[in-house]
Design a protein around this ligand. Structure first.
Ligand code: NAD
Length: 456
């Protein structure tokens, strides 16, 4: 089938290369000329495993104009443009409506317009109105929200666990089934429904996952205060088949381009129809608090002496295997550390370049690896659980540090192991953290002797 994808970001580019890889003829359109220029040269502007291989092994047209063959002939137009939050948390539809207008102005034959971006209920109707304002050519609308996870986007797209499709008529339904026919998915995993239900399903999925994270973070806070251990609670909870083991890890809160904005957009959707969504408000508030939790632990550990301390921040991306820095908890932590007068040594295996564009404070020292970040540091704050941190030589890390404090924002390590190795370990939801006397003996003299010899 001939398909045009509007928006060549995380979702659009992955969708485009995956559709091409199963045999569709794909044109990817974006308003960002620099991005299209890069992709045409075979350079993928995002970090997403597998995309570059697919991009360079299939013929895909990349364009900044729809005034060409690829569009005229296409039967399906997939919209994958951003839907950022407005200041009040509601969803900003400017990009969606712009894309709809672009399609309307250029279309000369029937199109199925598929909305893949995450959009609030009623958006399909607004897209329909926009297209009808600028075109008299027949078209249909489908809602087909995307569930891919950054870092695993290609496999999620090629072997989806389910496909949600909102349609209003048989023609749109059959066209969507034909689009997904080459994919490895059982027929019964394609869920056909009306447009509003498809639109809500996406938000509900993200809100449910965000709820589980905030729930566990709240439990972790309680565990710390009553002498329980969140790992054990997590195991016990996850063993219940009604609950299941996924998305039950406590940490420094969720970030990224989806959960934060989608939870708030659901609240806003409720407000617009006079329905207060108390749970959504609570999920968001718990997460906002949780993003501060590592800083608060550092503050508690060092007290006023945090000023002047050197803190290595391990991991900046909002989660591993992506370079996406949107709403990353590391941003808040670094900002607070700098305000408290600490020096930050930052390291991320993949997202450092994107992070540098966002964190411009000159007091941040950018490091080439985990060891050089830890070198001379009074404390390490692990924010993103990259695989390489799990494999690190902890002895070497400790030897290079000036202090011994390790703040594990993702519970990558176990408290007993870390303490045996000589760290002052602080996890999330693990009790008995830092007895004052545990820290004694780590005098200034001893610290002064450990001078970093590694260049960052
Ligand atoms: P992105 O910011 O990575 O990419 C969006 C692209 O759209 C950009 O390249 C931008 O230049 C382009 N664009 C903007 N306006 C345009 C227009 N009028 N015409 C053509 N291109 C235009 O965004 P993303 O992360 O891919 O997210 C896109 C949508 O998918 C959002 O609604 C998001 O909530 C949803 N989503 C994202 C993910 C994810 O993991 N990133 C997962 C599921 C759903």
């Amino acid at each position: 089938m001939k398909v045009v994808v509007l928006g060549t970001g995380y979702v659009g580019l992955v969708t485009g290369v995956c559709l091409a890889s199963v045999g569709h003829q794909v044109t990817c359109y974006d308003i960002d000329e620099k991005k299209i220029e890069l992709i045409r040269k075979g350079i993928v502007p995002i970090y997403e495993p597998g995309v570059e291989t697919l991009l360079n092994s299939h013929t895909i047209r990349f364009t900044t104009t729809l005034k060409e063959e690829g569009f005229t002939e296409a039967e399906i137009c997939i919209i994958a443009v951003p839907t950022p939050p407005n200041p009040d948390g509601s969803c900003d539809l400017t990009y969606i409506l712009d894309a709809a207008k672009t399609i309307a102005l250029e279309m000369r034959s029937y199109k199925l317009i598929v909305i893949k971006s995450t959009v609030p209920v009623g958006t399909a109707k607004r897209v329909q109105e926009m297209v009808e304002t600028y075109s008299t050519v027949p078209f249909d609308i489908a809602s087909n929200p995307e569930f891919l996870r950054e870092g695993a986007a290609v496999s999620d797209c090629l072997t989806p666990d389910r496909i949600i499709v909102g349609v209003e008529n048989e023609r749109a339904k059959e066209t969507m089934l034909a689009l997904y026919k080459p994919f490895k998915i059982l027929q019964e995993r394609i869920f056909m429904m009306d447009l509003p239900s498809a639109e809500i399903t996406k938000y509900a999925a993200n809100a449910m996952l965000a709820a589980r994270i905030s729930f566990m973070n709240e439990m972790a806070g309680l565990c710390e205060r009553v002498g329980a251990t969140i790992h054990d609670v997590q195991r016990g909870l996850g063993a219940d088949p009604r609950i299941g083991p996924h998305f039950l890890s406590a940490g420094v809160g969720y970030g990224g381009s989806c959960f934060p904005k989608d939870v708030q957009a659901l609240s806003a959707m409720g407000r617009q129809v006079g329905y207060e969504m108390l749970l959504m408000e609570a999920i968001h508030s718990v997460n906002e608090m949780q993003k501060r939790v590592l800083f608060m632990k550092l503050e508690e550990y060092f007290g006023e002496a945090l000023q002047g301390k050197v803190v290595a921040v391990w991991g900046l991306a909002f989660k591993p295997n992506t370079d996406d820095m949107r709403e990353a908890p590391a941003l808040r932590l670094i900002e607070e550390l700098l305000s408290a007068g600490a020096t930050v040594k930052a390291y991320d295996p993949i997202a450092a370049e994107k992070a540098r564009n966002l964190i411009t404070d000159e007091r941040v020292v950018w490091c080439k690896d985990s060891y050089s970040a830890a070198c001379g540091a009074d404390a390490i704050a692990l924010v993103t659980e990259w695989q390489e941190f799990k494999m690190i030589d902890l002895q070497r890390v400790l030897e290079g540090m000036r202090g011994k404090a390790f703040f594990d924002g993702r519970n990558v390590f176990r408290d007993t192991t870390m303490r045996e190795k000589g760290f002052h370990y602080v996890g999330i939801g693990v009790p008995g953290l830092l007895e004052k006397k545990e820290r004694e003996g780590e005098g200034e003299e001893e610290r002064e002797q450990k001078i970093c010899k590694t260049n960052c």
